[in-house]
Every structure is written in structure tokens, then in C-alpha cells.
Design a protein around this ligand. Structure first.
Ligand SMILES: NC(=O)c1ccc[n+]([C@@H]2O[C@H](COP(=O)([O-])OP(=O)(O)OC[C@H]3O[C@@H](n4cnc5c(N)ncnc54)[C@H](O)[C@@H]3O)[C@@H](O)[C@H]2O)c1
Length: 357
């Protein structure tokens, strides 16, 4: 196979803003075949912009195309499971947006369907491809330069960043609030840099203090506060099977100085503080000969993570490689986040169910 046919389910913000341009840039290896969106105008606009010949309002029609090898699921979270499983059953590979699903039950079904179909299921956690993340992966995981990581603190915090569009404030459609929507990115980066140890249990709390009020300013658009059913802040403590722990804090809205996206990793040789999602400096802290020292790498390559993510998927499909970011990792993330939400309701530590069989 020298060229793959791609179909898009969902033609909204991320599809038109990132996926379609990224796939379109690979015109030597990729043919954009069809787009499906329940909003016909969105589908038609995307089709015109990116010269996609076939337009549908029902993704089942798109899945009938024999020329489509890979389906990009870029619809809201409540669509991910059904669209992904239908695509896999139609014999297509799937590149699914994050979070993989609203919850681990749905994610488990998706991973099983991919295994059964023998097709690739890739999760769009594109920040793994950033220059900082790639540097850190080599430094930490491949070279072991920070030693054993026994603790990590992950932050995905927005001061006034409740999305004013889409379904992001709707628990039923999304599955969760900031912990699931943006926490999933930093939690993935953290686990990946720790070698993806299996999660064991979680303890957490969630709060809704702003999203359901009419008097709070929206810096990412003004949302409908009467429809706000997710948390606006969440905190979790996660135990991993190798004895390490992670704390995560995620907010759409909080009275903090500013937005913060970063991870602190404590190893027994060195510590690392980094924002794998931006070009802010990576900092490494250690001691040599009873002297403390810091390292600040310079000229970390500025990578377009979205493009690199898409290139990795295309390469995997063309060359029969496994998914660059496997569905299993998306499932673990859903399982951890489920446990934090359940713990917040129960008021006690909850086991993370990572069984896939
Ligand atoms: N990887 C990232 O950094 C990143 C960034 C933004 C969004 N996302 C994810 O992408 C997904 C979509 O987010 P968005 O910001 O593009 O939302 P959006 O609301 O802008 O777009 C979603 C589109 O899906 C369409 N849609 C709804 N139901 C559908 C169905 N059954 N079949 C086909 N299309 C359907 C909607 O009409 C809309 O056009 C979400 O899962 C979100 O978490 C990921």
C-alpha cells in the first residue's frame, strides 16, 4: 500500500483546525475521501475547504466506502465508542480523539473491538510528539537519567477556561469536566514519562464552584451556566503498581494566578519540571559531589505535535506497525479518571479496574 484513504467523522473545531490540514499536507501518502457530520453545514464547509469529495450526515454511509482505510473520529466524546466500533467492524483503522471514551466501560469495548478486528486504534494524545516530550522520553525512559521516579505532580489548570462551545460542560455527553478533557493530556504525558506503570487505586475530590453561576467571566467564550453539569476543579492521588504515586489537579476555572500545564517528576537521581505542551523551558534538578545543580536544555526542537501525531498514524497504517499511541493507554486513562470520580462520590480510595478481558 502506498496511499491510504481517510474519512473524517466530525467536522468541528479539532477536525478542521488540526486533523484535516495535517492529513491534507501528506497528499503523497493520503487521499481525503469523505467527511460525515450531523451538522451538514459543518461537513460541507470542511469538504470545500479541504477538497473532500464525499459528504454525509450519517457516519454509517461514510463507512461503506471501500477506499477508506483509516477513520478519524473527531466528534464529541459521546460519539467515540459507537463510531469507533462501527469503523473497526467495517474493517477500518481508527484514529480517535482524546479522551478515548466517556468512561472505561466504553473504552474497554473499543479496545476489544480493535483487537478482534486486528485493526489499529490510535488515541490523539499528540503532546507526546512535542519537542520537550520527545527530549524527556529519551532522557528519562530510554537513558534512565533521573533514576527511579517515585512521585509525580501533574497540573492542567485554567483560571477562566470553561469552553464556550461544544459539549464540554455536559457530563452526560462528555463523561467528565476538566479532569477528563485536559487532565487526560497531562496524565498521559506523566504516565508515559514514568514508563506507563499500571494504576492500582485512586483517591479524589471534585468541586463545582463557578460553572453553574451566571456571574463568572468566560475567557474561552461564555458558556450556558444552566447546562453546566461537570466539575470545574478536580484533584486525584493515584497509586501505581510499582509503588510510585501521582497527584493530579485539573480545572476549567479556579482563582489562581494563571493557566498552568506542567508536570514535576521526582526521581532518585534527578527531578524534572516541564510543560510538555509548550516551548517553556524544561528544568532538571540534581546534586553532584555535595553540590546542587540545575540543567536547562536549550534549543529543544519546536515540533508541530498535531502534524507529527498524524504522520505517525499514517506511517503505522502504511507500514503495518502498531498504533503509535495505543487504545490500551486511552483505556488506562479512562480507568484512572473513573476511579477518581468514583472516589470523589464515595469519599474513599477506589481500585482502578484495568481488566480488559
Ligand atoms: N487532541 C486535542 O488536543 C483536542 C483538542 C480539542 C478537542 N479534542 C477532542 O475532539 C473531539 C471534538 O472536539 P471539538 O472541539 O472539535 O468539538 P466541536 O463541537 O467543535 O466539533 C464536534 C463536531 O462533531 C459533530 N458531531 C456530533 N455528533 C456527531 C455524529 N454522531 N457524527 C458525526 N459528527 C458528529 C458536531 O456536529 C461538530 O461539528 C472531542 O472528543 C474533544 O475532546 C481534542
Amino acid at each position: 500500500m502506498s496511499k491510504i484513504g481517510v474519512g473524517f467523522i466530525g467536522a468541528g473545531g479539532i477536525a478542521q483546525g488540526q486533523h484535516m490540514p495535517a492529513y491534507a499536507r501528506l497528499s503523497d501518502r493520503v487521499e481525503l475521501v469523505a467527511v460525515a457530520d450531523v451538522n451538514e453545514r459543518a461537513a460541507r464547509t470542511a469538504a470545500e475547504r479541504f477538497r473532500i469529495p464525499h459528504v454525509y450526515t450519517d457516519y454509517r454511509d461514510l463507512l461503506r466506502h471501500e477506499e477508506i482505510d483509516l477513520v478519524v473520529v473527531a466528534a464529541p466524546n459521546f460519539v467515540h465508542r459507537d463510531a469507533t466500533i462501527a469503523a473497526l467492524e467495517a474493517g477500518k483503522h481508527v484514529h480517535c480523539e482524546k479522551p478515548l471514551a466517556r468512561n472505561a466501560r466504553e473504552a474497554r469495548e473499543m479496545v476489544r473491538a480493535a483487537r478482534q478486528a486486528g485493526k489499529l486504534l490510535h488515541v490523539s494524545l499528540q503532546w507526546r510528539f512535542s519537542g520537550a516530550a520527545q527530549f524527556l522520553y529519551k532522557y528519562i525512559v530510554e537513558e534512565g537519567s533521573v533514576g527511579e521516579i517515585y512521585y509525580a505532580r501533574a497540573h492542567a489548570l485554567r483560571r477562566r477556561g470553561i469552553p464556550g462551545w461544544g459539549d464540554f460542560i455536559d457530563k452526560e455527553k462528555q463523561g467528565g469536566g476538566p479532569l477528563l478533557d485536559i487532565g487526560v493530556h497531562i496524565l498521559d504525558a506523566t504516565l508515559w514519562l514514568m514508563g506507563y506503570p499500571k494504576p492500582v487505586s485512586a483517591f479524589g475530590a471534585t468541586y463545582t464552584k463557578f460553572g453553574n453561576r451566571p456571574d463568572v467571566v468566560g475567557l474561552m467564550g461564555q458558556w450556558d451556566y444552566t447546562r453546566f453539569t461537570v466539575e470545574d476543579f478536580a484533584v486525584g492521588l493515584i497509586r501505581l503498581e510499582n509503588g510510585a504515586t501521582i497527584t493530579i489537579e485539573a480545572s476549567f476555572c479556579a482563582n489562581i494566578q494563571g493557566d498552568e500545564f506542567n508536570v514535576l517528576l521526582l526521581g532518585d537521581k534527578a527531578g524534572v519540571f516541564a510543560d510538555p505542551l509548550s516551548d517553556k523551558p524544561v528544568r532538571i534538578f540534581s546534586e553532584y559531589n555535595r553540590t546542587l545543580y540545575d540543567i536547562q536544555p536549550t534549543n529543544i526542537p519546536n515540533v508541530n505535535s498535531y502534524q507529527a501525531n498524524v504522520e505517525a498514524v499514517v506511517d503505522a497504517v502504511l507500514n503495518n506497525k502498531p498504533a503509535p499511541i495505543p487504545g490500551e493507554h486511552g483505556f488506562y486513562l479512562n480507568a484512572i479518571i473513573d476511579a477518581i470520580y468514583e472516589s470523589a462520590e464515595m469519599g474513599r480510595e477506589v481500585l482502578v479496574d484495568t481488566s480488559l478481558d
